[in-house]
Design a binder for this molecule. Structure first.
Ligand code: PLP
Length: 401
């Protein structure tokens, strides 16, 4: 029984946690198992191999950790850095702010590069800091690939280019929580040292698994990093990897089977097709926002996110009211504006196992909501703009050709 019942399906359009596909729900509907039997290590082995494909790495070492994105951050930082180490971190929205707060509380010396919310990471300032750092005091560059609070995607290839240009050895640590498995992400090609995500985002699983992938350079750094870590220590995982049993502590059996099913679905669709689908969903959403006469919080096209769109409402409207009403009246869950943009934006999450017709349902709901709160929207305008684009761009479903 739902805690608060609403007829039909809930239209879940927050940017995580996202819808879980039926085959994944069914795969997880199972009893516990002895994780020390031969079956679970055999399953884990396939997961560790296959999960590398969504990071686009062959040389990375993945860790499947019972945690959330926040724990995955902590795993990345504490395994590679020592207290007092200088990190460079970009403050562009609520999630980058929280990561910076974690870095400060872990006693790193955080050099913050701040941008207006709605803008991407300021790479000109990064360039000047790298140029001035001939002593290599900067130990890590920490960047959120896709800032979920504002719908801003940073260009990671440019960060790598700068590190190479200045021959700087800083570790490159990337939060891919709302990007990996939805946006173009290339761990090896972009020389990323630690990349991480959470199960409840584009993988479309329940919350509870943080997936962290470490480059050989990051593994090497973990041998001398002096941050205190216990639960997150990669060393414990590596010991069990060597033994072939894989688990230093009890994994969620159900999540492992869920991850197997989620990866199978992604590979059946094709990772590149998954990324292309997200591009269509993002584009269609932006066309709708434009047709409604509203502004995207993201200030430039180069930063547009294909997993989340933050929509700016006029000053006479409280965006929180739109989100509240969406749930109460239309069984539609939209993302709230967070912190600096609270009340000013609402967010449409378009990531994970989602198709275009589902998105159109959400866009129709948003139109009625805008009218409800007194915004003079022409009903159907955003849906029509999205349909006109989608009708010309949705390909046949790969497995049905
Ligand atoms: N990083 C990003 C980009 C996020 O969007 C989130 C959550 O939405 C987090 C980190 C934190 O993840 P979690 O809530 O799973 O700890």
């Amino acid at each position: 029984m739902d805690y608060v019942y609403g007829p039909g399906r809930n239209h879940l359009f927050v940017p995580g946690p996202v819808n879980i596909p039926e085959p994944v729900i069914r795969a997880m509907n199972r009893n516990n198992e002895d994780y020390r039997s031969p079956a679970v290590p055999a399953l884990t082995k396939t997961l560790l191999e296959d999960v590398k494909k969504i990071f686009k790495t062959t040389s990375g070492t993945p860790f499947l950790i019972p945690t959330t994105g926040t724990g995955a951050w902590e795993s990345a930082l504490t395994n590679t850095l020592s207290p007092g180490d200088r990190t460079i971190s970009f403050l562009i929205g609520q999630f980058s702010l929280l990561w910076i707060d974690q870095q400060q509380r872990l006693n790193f010396n955080v050099d913050v590069i701040e941008s207006e919310w709605g803008q991407g990471a300021n790479l000109d300032i990064l360039a000047s800091k790298l140029a001035a750092d001939s002593a290599h005091t900067i130990k890590a560059i920490c960047i959120v690939h896709n800032e979920t609070a504002t719908g801003v995607t940073n260009d990671l290839s440019k960060v790598r280019k700068l590190l190479d240009e200045y021959r700087h050895p800083a570790l490159f640590l990337v939060d891919g929580v709302s990007s990996i498995c939805a946006l173009d992400f290339r761990m090896d090609e972009w020389g990323i040292d630690v990349a991480l995500t959470g199960s409840q985002k584009a993988l479309s699983l329940p919350t509870g698994m943080g997936i962290v992938c470490a480059s050989p350079k990051a593994l090497e750094a973990s041998k001398t990093a002096r941050s205190v870590r216990v639960f997150f220590d990669w060393k414990d995982y590596l010991k069990f990897y060597k033994m072939g049993t894989f688990w230093p502590y009890t994994p969620s059996i159900q999540l492992l089977y869920g991850l197997r099913a989620a990866l199978d679905l992604i590979f059946e669709e094709g990772l590149e097709n998954v990324i292309a689908r997200h591009s269509r969903l993002g584009h269609a959403t932006r066309l709708a926002v434009e047709a409604w006469g509203l502004k995207n919080c993201t200030q430039k096209e180069e930063w547009y996110s294909n997993t989340v769109t933050a929509v700016v409402v006029p000053p006479y409207i409280d965006s929180t009211e739109i989100v509240k009403r969406g749930w109460k009246r239309y069984n539609l869950s939209l993302g709230l504006g967070l912190n600096k943009v609270a009340g000013k934006v609402f967010r449409i999450g378009h990531l994970g196992n989602l198709n275009e017709l589902q998105l159109l349902g959400c866009l129709a709901g948003v139109e009625m909501l805008l009218k409800d709160v007194g915004y003079p929207v022409k009903l159907g305008s955003g849906v029509a703009a999205a349909c006109a684009y989608l009708q010309n761009s949705i390909p046949l479903i790969p497995s049905r050709i």
